[in-house]
Design a protein around this ligand. Structure first.
Ligand SMILES: Cc1cc2nc3c(=O)[nH]c(=O)nc-3n(C[C@H](O)[C@H](O)[C@H](O)COP(=O)(O)OP(=O)(O)OC[C@H]3O[C@@H](n4cnc5c(N)ncnc54)[C@H](O)[C@@H]3O)c2cc1C
Length: 406
């Protein structure tokens, strides 16, 4: 689909980005845009940079968990989800030829184009200077403690180096900004929970008529090679987001065939239109999903938020909520620390305390997925035992989701 680019009021060009800045935020996904918004609201001079222009798509299931909705409310942006979002009503979970249709409440579906743009717009309204179409290649911290950030215009290759008191990296799974010896990213050489399976994300959006999927239904398929979710977005398009075994993608000859393999042998496969649309679609793939990097380096001069700091896997649909929460923790630490040297230590501690339990729970859930027989048994019993459904449903959009018998 061709989408017109949007110029958000507050957009500046590379020539106007000279600074100096109190904070430069790289990446305008939920993590970066929310961190920039919180800082700007508190009077910090913030530059938000992204290599993409708005609206930009993202491989994502587009489901906001109850925790993500709570974070949006804390940001004062609950109207985004309440206005454009489609409330989730049903989870159709398929595995091994069985499908269980479960009542599913507490989450909302919204396209990433809409969500990410709305947070950036709120930031610009609060005073964030927004610089799209610019790639950040490197960052170094000088003897005076200032961060030198190297910017490169995506369209014309123009290079500018700017200075900032602090840098927030919200670059998602694709983290190429380097400059620090202890800045080691730990991508998954193995999968979540130490299993041999390493998953990558694959996604696309399909035309409205590609499936009969009703609004408010999350159709989820779990198979040997990974899992895939389908939802109808607010504009009618079908969002497809999958986590697929990297080795199986290679063995299948590419993501399309690996994805279609998930739809085999199912009476509820979605029909020939869906298969034809998937074959014709342009799929986007991500790097390995499970990763971890230091939340802080250079004594807090450089902080990481969102997926850039840590991500597990998308099965429990919590990444956006985690991104917004880490942005809150980072911004609050900076604001309370007022430039002090302990900002990095305090943020790293807060990050660890906040995420250790949810990440561990997500790892436990995804290790359960490694046993297709177990998943199939759970789906089969959820069709007849209401108590099983009530236990399965919250796994998909985190704590706060409500399931139960239909
Ligand atoms: C298959 C799949 C399904 C998912 N489903 C869900 C779901 O249903 N619900 C949910 O809550 N989460 C889901 N997630 C997770 C969610 O998408 C992420 O956790 C979330 O997008 C993280 O936000 P972020 O701001 O950290 O990063 P991102 O949203 O990835 O944003 C990073 C931004 O940084 C920019 N950038 C990167 N490097 C540079 C650079 N060097 N210079 C300039 N700009 C740069 C990119 O252009 C991008 O705009 C899913 C993920 C996958 C892979």
């Amino acid at each position: 689909m061709k989408t017109d680019l949007i110029t958000v009021p507050g957009t500046i060009g590379l020539a106007a980005a000279a600074g100096p800045w109190e904070c430069v935020v790289v990446g305008a996904g939920p993590a970066g845009a929310a961190a920039a918004l919180r800082l700007a609201r508190n009077g910090v001079r913030v530059l938000l940079v992204d290599r993409a222009n708005l609206p930009r798509g993202k491989v994502c299931g587009c489901c906001l968990s109850p925790a993500a909705l709570k974070e949006l409310t804390l940001l004062g942006l609950e109207a985004i989800a309440a206005g454009a979002g489609q409330p989730l009503k049903t989870l159709a979970l398929s595995s091994g030829g069985w499908t269980a249709r479960l009542p599913f409440r507490g989450g909302v579906v919204i396209s990433r184009e809409r969500l990410d743009r709305a947070i950036v717009e709120a930031g610009c309204a609060a005073g964030v200077e927004w610089l799209p179409g610019v790639d950040v290649a490197a960052a170094t911290v000088g003897a005076d403690g200032a961060v030198a950030v190297s910017l490169r215009g995506v369209a014309d290759g123009a290079v500018v180096t700017i200075r900032s008191e602090r840098l927030i990296l919200a670059t998602g799974l694709v983290d190429r900004v380097r400059g620090d010896a202890d800045d080691r990213v730990e991508p998954c050489s193995r999968g979540a929970g130490g299993s041999a399976r390493c998953l990558i994300g694959v996604g696309t959006t399909l035309p409205a008529d590609a499936s009969d999927l009703p609004p408010g239904e999350l159709r989820m398929r779990v198979g040997l090679r990974g899992y895939c979710g389908l939802v109808r977005l607010e504009d009618g398009r079908i969002d497809v987001a999958a986590a697929l075994d990297r080795a199986a993608v290679r063995a299948a000859g590419g993501p399309v065939d690996a994805l279609l393999g998930l739809f085999d042998n199912s009476p509820d496969a979605g029909g020939s239109e869906l298969v034809a649309s998937l074959r014709a679609a342009r799929l986007t793939a991500t790097p390995p999903l499970t990763r971890r990097a230091p939340p802080s380096s250079w004594q807090g001069r450089i902080l990481r938020v969102g997926d850039a700091a840590a991500y597990v896997e998308p099965f429990t649909g919590e990444g956006i909520g985690w991104a917004l929460a880490s942005a809150r923790l980072a911004a609050d630490t900076i604001l309370q620390g007022a430039g002090g040297a302990r900002v990095g230590e305090v943020y790293a501690g807060a990050h660890q305390r906040h995420f250790v339990a949810p990440h561990a729970r997500c790892r436990r859930v995804v290790s359960w997925l490694r046993s297709p027989a177990l998943v199939t048994a759970a789906v089969a019993s959820a069709r007849i035992v209401p108590g099983v459904a009530a236990r399965i449903v919250p796994l998909f959009v985190g704590a706060g989701a409500r399931g139960g018998a239909s």
